[in-house]
Design a protein. Sequence first.
Length: 199
Amino acid sequence: MAVTIEKVCVYCGSSDIIHPTYLEAARAMGRELAARSMTLVYGAGSTGMMGELADSCLEAGGTVVGVIPEVFHTPQLAHQDLHELHVTDDMHARKALLASLADAFIALPGGLGTFEELFEILTWAQIGLHAKPVGVLNVDGYFDPLLDLIERARSCGFIYDEHRTLLICEATPETVLNGLKAYEPPQDLARWVNRKPSS
Protein backbone atom coordinates (compact mmCIF):
# COMPACT_ATOMS: atom_id res chain seq x y z
CA MET A 1 0.00 0.00 0.00
CA ALA A 2 1.45 3.36 -1.04
CA VAL A 3 2.37 5.85 1.66
CA THR A 4 0.91 9.36 1.51
CA ILE A 5 3.83 11.78 1.52
CA GLU A 6 3.24 15.52 1.48
CA LYS A 7 6.28 16.77 3.40
CA VAL A 8 9.80 15.37 3.09
CA CYS A 9 12.58 16.15 5.56
CA VAL A 10 15.94 16.23 3.82
CA TYR A 11 19.23 16.05 5.73
CA CYS A 12 22.40 17.10 3.90
CA GLY A 13 25.72 18.89 4.17
CA SER A 14 26.28 22.63 4.45
CA SER A 15 29.94 22.71 3.42
CA ASP A 16 30.93 25.00 0.54
CA ILE A 17 34.08 23.07 -0.37
CA ILE A 18 32.55 19.95 -1.93
CA HIS A 19 32.53 18.52 -5.46
CA PRO A 20 29.93 20.01 -7.85
CA THR A 21 28.43 16.52 -8.28
CA TYR A 22 26.96 16.77 -4.79
CA LEU A 23 25.61 20.26 -5.33
CA GLU A 24 23.87 19.15 -8.52
CA ALA A 25 22.34 16.19 -6.66
CA ALA A 26 20.91 18.61 -4.12
CA ARG A 27 19.47 20.77 -6.89
CA ALA A 28 17.95 17.71 -8.57
CA MET A 29 16.30 16.69 -5.33
CA GLY A 30 14.85 20.15 -4.84
CA ARG A 31 13.45 20.18 -8.37
CA GLU A 32 11.94 16.71 -7.99
CA LEU A 33 10.21 17.59 -4.72
CA ALA A 34 8.72 20.67 -6.36
CA ALA A 35 7.62 18.67 -9.41
CA ARG A 36 5.74 16.27 -7.11
CA SER A 37 4.21 19.13 -5.07
CA MET A 38 5.96 17.81 -1.96
CA THR A 39 6.97 20.34 0.66
CA LEU A 40 10.67 20.40 1.49
CA VAL A 41 11.39 20.45 5.22
CA TYR A 42 15.05 20.97 6.05
CA GLY A 43 17.54 22.64 8.38
CA ALA A 44 17.07 26.17 6.93
CA GLY A 45 20.68 26.62 5.85
CA SER A 46 21.77 28.78 2.93
CA THR A 47 25.21 27.23 2.31
CA GLY A 48 26.46 24.10 0.57
CA MET A 49 23.98 21.42 -0.41
CA MET A 50 21.39 22.83 1.96
CA GLY A 51 21.30 26.14 0.13
CA GLU A 52 21.25 24.55 -3.33
CA LEU A 53 18.47 22.18 -2.28
CA ALA A 54 16.24 24.99 -1.03
CA ASP A 55 17.03 27.38 -3.88
CA SER A 56 16.26 24.80 -6.57
CA CYS A 57 13.00 23.82 -4.90
CA LEU A 58 11.93 27.46 -4.62
CA GLU A 59 12.95 28.25 -8.20
CA ALA A 60 10.84 25.31 -9.41
CA GLY A 61 7.79 26.63 -7.56
CA GLY A 62 8.02 24.35 -4.54
CA THR A 63 7.27 25.06 -0.89
CA VAL A 64 10.15 25.12 1.60
CA VAL A 65 9.97 25.01 5.40
CA GLY A 66 13.13 25.55 7.45
CA VAL A 67 13.94 24.71 11.06
CA ILE A 68 17.09 26.22 12.55
CA PRO A 69 18.48 26.53 16.09
CA GLU A 70 19.10 30.00 17.47
CA VAL A 71 22.87 29.51 17.40
CA PHE A 72 22.80 29.22 13.58
CA HIS A 73 20.16 31.88 12.99
CA THR A 74 22.54 34.39 11.42
CA PRO A 75 22.53 36.23 8.07
CA GLN A 76 25.54 34.15 6.98
CA LEU A 77 23.95 30.76 7.67
CA ALA A 78 20.14 31.00 7.62
CA HIS A 79 18.17 31.07 4.37
CA GLN A 80 16.24 34.32 4.10
CA ASP A 81 13.55 33.41 1.52
CA LEU A 82 11.66 30.40 2.88
CA HIS A 83 7.90 30.05 3.10
CA GLU A 84 8.20 29.20 6.80
CA LEU A 85 11.13 29.51 9.20
CA HIS A 86 11.04 28.02 12.69
CA VAL A 87 13.78 29.03 15.14
CA THR A 88 14.36 26.61 18.02
CA ASP A 89 16.24 26.93 21.29
CA ASP A 90 18.71 24.16 20.52
CA MET A 91 19.63 21.28 18.21
CA HIS A 92 17.50 18.75 20.09
CA ALA A 93 14.38 20.84 19.60
CA ARG A 94 15.29 21.38 15.95
CA LYS A 95 15.51 17.66 15.23
CA ALA A 96 12.30 16.91 17.09
CA LEU A 97 10.42 19.57 15.11
CA LEU A 98 11.86 18.37 11.79
CA ALA A 99 10.69 14.85 12.64
CA SER A 100 7.20 15.96 13.62
CA LEU A 101 6.70 18.07 10.48
CA ALA A 102 7.74 15.41 7.96
CA ASP A 103 6.02 12.36 6.46
CA ALA A 104 9.33 10.88 5.25
CA PHE A 105 13.08 11.44 5.49
CA ILE A 106 15.96 11.45 3.02
CA ALA A 107 19.67 11.87 3.74
CA LEU A 108 21.84 13.31 0.99
CA PRO A 109 25.63 13.28 1.32
CA GLY A 110 26.88 15.21 4.33
CA GLY A 111 29.15 15.06 7.33
CA LEU A 112 28.84 14.18 11.00
CA GLY A 113 25.61 16.12 11.48
CA THR A 114 23.94 14.38 8.56
CA PHE A 115 25.09 10.95 9.78
CA GLU A 116 23.80 11.72 13.26
CA GLU A 117 20.41 12.87 11.99
CA LEU A 118 20.06 9.83 9.74
CA PHE A 119 20.93 7.34 12.46
CA GLU A 120 18.70 9.03 15.03
CA ILE A 121 15.64 8.89 12.77
CA LEU A 122 16.46 5.26 11.89
CA THR A 123 16.80 4.41 15.58
CA TRP A 124 13.42 5.99 16.28
CA ALA A 125 11.93 3.74 13.57
CA GLN A 126 13.74 0.72 15.02
CA ILE A 127 12.15 1.18 18.45
CA GLY A 128 8.73 2.08 17.09
CA LEU A 129 8.62 5.82 17.73
CA HIS A 130 7.52 6.34 14.13
CA ALA A 131 6.68 4.28 11.04
CA LYS A 132 7.72 6.84 8.42
CA PRO A 133 9.97 5.85 5.50
CA VAL A 134 13.68 6.73 5.58
CA GLY A 135 16.01 6.80 2.60
CA VAL A 136 19.42 7.85 1.40
CA LEU A 137 20.30 9.37 -1.96
CA ASN A 138 23.47 7.45 -2.72
CA VAL A 139 25.19 9.98 -4.98
CA ASP A 140 28.22 8.50 -6.75
CA GLY A 141 28.40 5.71 -4.15
CA TYR A 142 28.89 8.17 -1.29
CA PHE A 143 27.02 6.04 1.24
CA ASP A 144 28.56 2.71 0.20
CA PRO A 145 30.96 2.53 3.19
CA LEU A 146 28.13 3.38 5.58
CA LEU A 147 25.91 0.73 4.04
CA ASP A 148 28.77 -1.76 4.37
CA LEU A 149 29.04 -0.85 8.06
CA ILE A 150 25.32 -1.42 8.57
CA GLU A 151 25.61 -4.80 6.84
CA ARG A 152 28.60 -5.66 9.03
CA ALA A 153 26.55 -4.84 12.13
CA ARG A 154 23.68 -6.99 10.80
CA SER A 155 25.95 -9.95 10.02
CA CYS A 156 27.44 -9.73 13.53
CA GLY A 157 24.00 -9.78 15.14
CA PHE A 158 23.81 -6.17 16.29
CA ILE A 159 20.98 -5.37 13.87
CA TYR A 160 18.05 -7.70 13.17
CA ASP A 161 17.34 -8.52 9.52
CA GLU A 162 14.09 -6.55 9.53
CA HIS A 163 15.89 -3.46 10.84
CA ARG A 164 18.05 -3.43 7.71
CA THR A 165 14.91 -3.00 5.64
CA LEU A 166 14.13 0.27 7.44
CA LEU A 167 16.58 2.12 5.15
CA ILE A 168 15.81 2.67 1.47
CA CYS A 169 18.84 3.34 -0.73
CA GLU A 170 18.61 4.68 -4.28
CA ALA A 171 20.84 6.65 -6.65
CA THR A 172 18.41 9.23 -8.05
CA PRO A 173 15.81 11.58 -6.53
CA GLU A 174 13.08 9.92 -8.60
CA THR A 175 13.85 6.39 -7.43
CA VAL A 176 14.38 7.25 -3.78
CA LEU A 177 11.07 9.13 -3.65
CA ASN A 178 9.35 6.22 -5.38
CA GLY A 179 10.91 3.91 -2.80
CA LEU A 180 9.64 6.03 0.07
CA LYS A 181 6.15 6.03 -1.42
CA ALA A 182 6.13 2.23 -1.75
CA TYR A 183 7.54 1.64 1.75
CA GLU A 184 5.86 -0.82 4.10
CA PRO A 185 7.13 -1.05 7.70
CA PRO A 186 8.66 -4.45 8.50
CA GLN A 187 6.67 -6.89 10.59
CA ASP A 188 7.43 -7.86 14.18
CA LEU A 189 9.63 -4.89 15.07
CA ALA A 190 8.43 -5.25 18.66
CA ARG A 191 10.41 -8.48 19.11
CA TRP A 192 13.49 -6.32 19.64
CA VAL A 193 11.80 -4.63 22.62
CA ASN A 194 9.62 -7.50 23.87
CA ARG A 195 12.30 -10.16 23.76
CA LYS A 196 12.02 -13.24 25.92
CA PRO A 197 14.39 -13.50 28.88
CA SER A 198 17.40 -15.80 28.45
CA SER A 199 16.91 -19.26 29.92
